[in-house]
Design a protein. Structure first.
Length: 165
């Protein structure tokens, strides 16, 4: 007897309910140029920022030797499309600091409580923290849709044949 199982079944992947907790889809149509939106992700806050051309243009001029992170990253290494920055907006889990976008000395993010300043790439520029804001896994489905928590585009149809004797 031969069975065909379709639409999202794979023996090596977690069940659909587990995946849905770990990833979510964001419609980018409502995020204006130069603005950021917050989204809740399990125990984390994610910022999706459509950076304006003038914000992006400043990033190549940053002197990498001046960045406090011991492993600094180029702006191009932190984004998949130059206009979209997606970062986890908290760095200190116990105190649950909330980052404020478009603020601070570098026009990126600011934690008022700790006085930590990030640039528009989410890179640490000033303050007691020495690491950049984390970039989560994400993938663009099309020009106006992103799935956060997913590393790559999955096929809509997975075809598995199960043979029973």
């Amino acid at each position: 007897m031969k069975y065909v199982i379709r639409n999202g079944v794979s023996f090596s992947n977690p069940i659909k309910d587990v995946i849905s907790v770990c990833e979510f889809e964001v419609n980018l149509n409502n995020i204006a140029s130069g603005r950021a939106e917050r989204a809740s992700w399990p125990n984390k806050e994610v910022f999706i920022w459509q950076r304006a051309a003038k914000q992006i243009a400043r990033m190549p001029t940053v002197d990498m030797h001046l960045l406090p992170d011991p492993d600094p990253e180029l702006d191009t290494d932190r984004v998949k499309k130059s206009e979209w920055l997606i970062v986890i907006g908290e760095y200190n889990t116990p105190s649950r600091c909330i980052m404020l976008p478009y603020d601070g000395m570098y026009g990126g993010f600011l934690c008022y409580y700790h006085g930590v300043h990030y640039d528009v790439s989410g890179r640490i520029r000033r303050g007691s923290v020495r690491t950049n804001l984390e970039v989560p896994d994400y993938v663009f489905i099309d020009d106006k849709t992103v799935v956060i928590g997913r590393k790559k585009i999955r096929s809509n149809l997975i075809h598995i044949e199960v043979l029973l004797s």
